[in-house]
Design a protein around this ligand. Structure first.
Ligand SMILES: [Zn+2]
Length: 640
């Protein structure tokens, strides 16, 4: 990552963490809160945009509806009911889930109101059959300390997870209802985070706290982070759905880069003496000029009844190709807008031409037809049915005009590589109203005392126990406390401490796993189950503790492997002491002259050779002991 002084540019990041709660049923019905692959029936819905209390209609929702978009929901036959289908009113709020949210609120010192109300939050993407997501504010305020800094918590909510999107075909979007209604705890921090790495650390600290309740789900997809990111002179951008901790610093860094570049783009536009008024919506039909182009994109569009439209973008040559993030240019942003608002598959701009089968000669024809100057002007082409192409071009004109203001406020989605793409405009604030089907819940003393039973104990209590009861060094114990899998480490130590030294268990996490992360391996795909199996295999003497690194490395590379499969693949079955002795005897025989000549000084040579064959199959210290004993014996015999 290039050097950026994040403080100097006024970076402010706030996190919104969504964690699925482990519960016996969903938030508003009795269905199991799990992703289940089973037979399903299909429901089809269209969402109608409704007016909010203050009378405005979400423009994006209205647009989706006008466009004729509809939604298909796969409803599992046995594990989904009429509540998910929005054919039956929701049941009262899931009490188990509420207790978890209250426990988290109590441990963060948040303020809990006397009564909890369920609200409806409008959603426009079809991810809920009802057209809104139900959410309940459980607490406000409180704080978590991360690396000595107090991170204020703004809100703690309990909400239903959305339906799972499984595909999109033309105007149809497909969802599965298994995820809809899984209880989520949503926790929002104040925007006080000042660097990409700090964002990761805060997310880790909150994730660790949530796990310590012992009542949240594990694994990829069970926790999702949204980030609010802004810099001085930029705008607040909301980035949705970051599932991996490792991605957070990248997402923040790239967003900072994007905002800095958009500010630079604005400067460049002004330097070229341009203003919003210079960018006009003036589409020209290029179909007759380009219909015979060798470009497949253009030909296909025309063959299926479409047109090729273009607009001139004066004095912006080079700026459509202006890079905002690695691999993403200003033109990419324009294409995302056109896709979202007009449903076109893409756009072509002059900074990437000749290309896509469009020749230099055709580029000249376009310049000429648009009455544009190839040395300073740019242009954009869209090939689609006329209505969509026109909408795409007007959207693009609007977006380019916004570039004169710098950074627009928008909601973006994270890509796999940490870059982001435009998702939709940022929703206004007036999009919540009360859920009248669900009675408010009184926060009784009984609820609070249930919450206190699972409230995570303070970290210093854990620290003392790890040191005094389990004999960890203070240094190692502190490392354990910082680990996202603290809850798992604790439970494994508790379960296996009589058969595996607690420090060995701790080291698998804070030394081995972090070492693999340092090597650039993805340790987040290693599951808690993998880790528990490794410890149990060590406990049973099936593998040596040294084997854990090789096994975990193998699993990080091939996460579909079970621990047993990884062991087999690596040939890491533990060897018995007798087998190890045989190997060492053979090596000594091979190097007997060396041993006779150098005596004990040859020990390290023998150990090195032996470890080459025995690494991960038996404790390395044992190999050293056996080798030394044998060499001492030989030297003794040699002398007499
Ligand atoms: Zn249900």
């Amino acid at each position: 990552m290039s050097k950026i002084d994040y403080k100097a540019i006024g970076l402010k990041v706030g996190l919104e963490i969504h964690q699925q709660i482990e519960s016996s049923h969903k938030l508003f019905c009795n269905c199991p809160p799990d992703l289940i692959e089973e037979e399903h029936v299909v429901l089809v819905r269209r969402l109608r945009p409704t007016r909010s209390e203050v009378g405005d209609v979400d423009p994006a929702a209205l647009f989706e509806w006008r466009r004729g978009r509809y939604y298909e929901y796969e409803s599992p036959l046995n594990t989904s009911c009429l509540v998910e289908a929005d054919e039956e009113p929701p049941h009262p709020l899931n009490r188990e889930a509420l207790v978890v949210a209250l426990a988290v609120a109590r441990s963060l010192g948040s303020y809990i109101p006397d009564e909890i109300y369920v609200m409806r939050k409008i959603v426009i993407d079809g991810s809920n059959t009802s057209g809104f997501q139900r959410t309940a504010l459980v607490a406000i305020g409180g704080a978590i300390e991360v690396n000595g800094k107090i991170i204020p918590i703004e809100t703690i909510c309990l909400e239903e997870d959305a339906a799972r999107k499984i595909g999109e075909e033309g105007l149809k979007v497909k969802y599965r209802l298994d995820r809809l209604g899984i209880p989520l705890i949503e926790l929002a921090t104040a925007p006080v985070i000042e660097s990409p790495e700090e964002a990761r650390e805060v997310a880790l600290a909150i994730g660790r706290l949530l796990r310590l309740t012992g009542r949240v789900k594990r694994g990829l997809g069970t926790i999702r982070q949204d980030l609010n990111i802004s810099i001085a002179g930029g705008a607040k951008t909301e980035i949705k759905g970051v599932q991996r901790l490792e991605l957070i610093p990248k997402v923040v860094h790239y967003e900072v880069l994007r905002q800095l570049r958009l500010i630079e783009l604005r400067r460049e536009l002004l330097k070229r003496d341009l203003s919003k008024d210079s960018i006009t919506y003036n589409p020209v039909d290029l179909t007759s000029k380009l219909a015979r182009s060798s470009s497949k994109i253009l030909r296909r569009a025309v063959e299926s009844g479409g047109v090729i439209l273009g607009i001139k973008i004066p004095k912006m040559k080079g700026l459509l190709g202006f890079e905002l993030m690695p691999g993403r240019r200003f033109g990419t942003e324009l294409a995302d807008y056109a896709r979202f608002w007009a449903g076109v598959s893409g756009i072509i701009h002059s900074d990437e031409l000749p290309g896509y089968g469009i020749t230099g000669e055709e580029v000249n024809v376009v310049y000429e037809t648009l009455n544009a100057d190839p040395s300073i002007d740019a242009f954009i082409i869209v090939a689609d049915i006329r209505e969509k192409a026109l909408k795409a071009l007007s959207t693009i004109v609007d977006r380019i005009r916004v570039a004169f203001d710098g950074v627009p406020e928008e909601t973006r989605a994270a890509n796999e590589d940490g870059t982001t793409r435009y998702m939709r405009p940022r929703p206004g604030a007036a999009r919540m109203y009360p859920e009248t089907d669900i009675p408010p819940v009184k926060v009784t003393d009984e609820l609070i005392s249930e919450a206190d039973k699972i409230k995570p104990e303070p970290l210093n209590v854990k620290l003392e126990r790890l040191i005094s009861k389990y004999g960890l060094s203070r240094e190692l114990a502190l490392e354990v406390l910082m680990d996202i899998r603290l809850d798992l480490i604790e439970s494994l130590i508790e379960k296996y401490h009589e058969r595996v030294q607690p420090s060995i268990i701790a080291s698998i996490f804070v030394v081995t796993l972090r070492g693999l992360r340092g090597k650039g391996l993805d340790i987040e795909i290693i599951t808690d189950k993998h880790l528990e199996e490794i410890v149990s295999y060590i406990a049973e003497g099936l593998i040596a503790k040294e084997a854990s690194e090789l096994i975990l490395e193998e699993i990080a590379k091939n996460p579909q492997l079970t621990v047993r499969e990884a062991i087999e693949k690596l040939g890491l079955r533990a060897v018995s002491e007798a087998e190890a002795e045989a190997v060492i005897d053979e090596i000594i025989r091979e190097y007997i002259e060396e041993v006779k000549k150098r005596g004990l000084k040859a020990t390290s040579l023998i150990i090195g050779k032996a470890m080459g064959k025995l690494r991960g199959k038996i404790d390395g210290r044992r190999v050293a002991e056996i080798a030394r004993e044998k060499i001492e014996k030989i030297i003794g015999e040699h002398k007499t």
